[in-house]
Design a protein around this ligand. Structure first.
Ligand SMILES: [Zn+2]
Length: 462
């Protein structure tokens, strides 16, 4: 089966070239040829797609996703999503031109990752956090999706079985972040008082009790009183009890989660695979400690390849995010920024200040990803690519590379023969409107059309 895509702006993903009116030929699952132009009078034996007014780019590679397998959800090992939900999450990635994802719910087994990979056209890759302290943190925060027995696998076994990275090390649920605000704190308060609070109210009370850096000494009782009143808790529960409930919900998993990050970075150095680490206010201290440790003469031996994930996490101030990412760069760490839902939906992240501050610094951010967003409704990775190009943070070629070849550069196992439109590469190709990249017209995976005229084709799900 052969396909010719011509007349569009071809961005091969290499980071420097754009063919203004180029052509791409797909044959037998591979890119057969990339041409400067195609004469419309020429005949072609196969399907012909006129991509005028469109950009043609490699299938995007998203190195930070959740909820795309039948396995435990998130670094807290929460119960797996039902089949229709994780499949719908993969549909959403595919609709937005993403053809490869790295599942950062690190307690999944590789069988669960392979099942997702088999049942959906999106290539699903696996990462692992099968580390004693990371698992202890998960069980303290949630763990309902984990097997009854602890230690059912190890990083080493998972890597032997095909996992390609270690991560996500740390997470909002185990480190007093958004997951606590969204579900665990409201649930604990409801049990004690009968009142259900919103996540914003939970966050305000949490910050009153533990500050932004999750420190029990930071408690501000006057602020807690005001926050509790605002949440309708006045007279429903004593302030000291409220303080204890919040601290008991957040704190037990924090220390093991921080230890799990240390374990994971050590394992990454030992096994020579990338470690993907949750950057946030709560992890800033351990990140600095690890940066120093990897440089220090007291720790010879291999250095871990670390990717600081969502370096633009909104729990940092923009200035903190910038300083931490620069320090990371000085220590050889890579930085990923997650779009969350900061461009369009704005349910979980309402500011783009961190995004702009980091991206406008030349060479600071290596790759773009999505993370999860509100119940999987993150903004599209392809929209992030467009945003980066339109704001002039990178050229179009450079912006596309941040979600294709730069990702394979950092995480070699993620798409060994993908990430570029070059002869011989996998025929994972996206055709999207130049006006609004979210208007994805065609997606090919292995040369097979899985999105056609903006609709999922039957081949999208197997
Ligand atoms: Zn994540």
């Amino acid at each position: 089966m052969s396909t010719l895509i011509h007349g569009g702006t071809v961005v091969p993903g290499t980071g420097n070239t754009v063919l203004e009116s180029g052509a791409v030929i797909l044959r037998h699952g591979r890119v057969a040829d990339v041409l400067e132009r195609w004469d419309r009078d020429q005949t072609f034996d196969g399907e012909v797609i006129d991509a005028s007014g469109c950009v043609v780019m490699p299938g995007l590679i998203n190195s930070h996703v959740h909820g795309v397998t039948p396995g435990p959800l998130m670094p807290s090992g929460a119960p797996a999503l039902p089949d229709d939900e994780w499949l719908a999450n993969l549909d959403r990635h595919l609709f937005a031109g993403t053809t490869t994802v790295l599942n950062l719910c690190g307690f999944c087994t590789m069988d669960q990752v392979r099942e997702a990979d088999r049942r959906h056209a999106v290539h699903v890759r696996g990462a692992t956090t099968h580390l004693p302290e990371a698992e202890r943190a998960a069980r303290m925060a949630d763990g309902r999706g984990l097997p009854a027995q602890s230690g059912h696998s190890t990083v080493e076994k998972m890597l032997d079985d095909g996992a390609i990275a270690i991560g996500e090390l740390g997470g909002g649920q185990t480190l007093g972040g958004g997951g606590q605000d969204l579900s665990y704190i409201p649930r604990a308060i409801e049990r004690a008082s009968g009142v259900r609070v919103h996540s914003a109210q939970a966050r305000r009370m949490k910050e009153a009790v533990l500050g932004r850096f999750i420190d029990p000494d930071a408690c501000d009782m006057a602020e807690l009183r005001a926050a509790a009143a605002e949440a309708g808790l006045e007279g429903q529960i004593a302030l000291v009890e409220l303080r204890k409930i919040i601290a008991d919900s957040v704190l037990p998993s924090v220390e093991p989660a921080l230890n799990g990050i240390r374990e994971g970075v050590q394992a990454a150095a030992r096994f020579g695979v990338p470690a993907i680490l949750h950057s946030a206010a709560a992890t800033a201290r351990v990140m600095r400690e690890l940066m120093d440790g990897t440089l220090g003469p007291q720790t010879p031996g291999p250095k871990a390849n670390v990717i600081a994930s969502h370096a633009n996490h909104p729990s940092h101030t923009p200035a903190e995010a910038l300083a931490l990412a620069k320090l990371g760069r000085d220590h050889g760490w890579a930085a990923e920024v997650s779009v969350f839902d900061l461009l369009h939906r704005k349910q979980t992240v309402t500011t783009r200040e961190h995004w702009d501050v980091l991206l406008q610094e030349p060479g600071l951010v290596d790759v773009l990803a999505t993370d999860y967003g509100h119940e999987g409704h993150h903004d599209e990775l392809i929209s992030a690519v467009q945003d980066v190009a339109e704001h002039g943070y990178r050229s179009l070629a450079g912006a596309v590379a941040m979600a294709t070849s730069a990702v394979t550069g950092l995480i070699p196992g993620i798409a060994p023969n993908g990430g570029r439109i070059e002869a011989g590469r996998d025929a994972d190709v996206v055709v999207a409107s130049s006006e609004d990249f979210r208007d994805v017209r065609f997606v090919f995976v292995g040369g097979v059309c899985v999105v056609r005229d903006g609709r999922l084709a039957p081949a999208a799900r197997q």
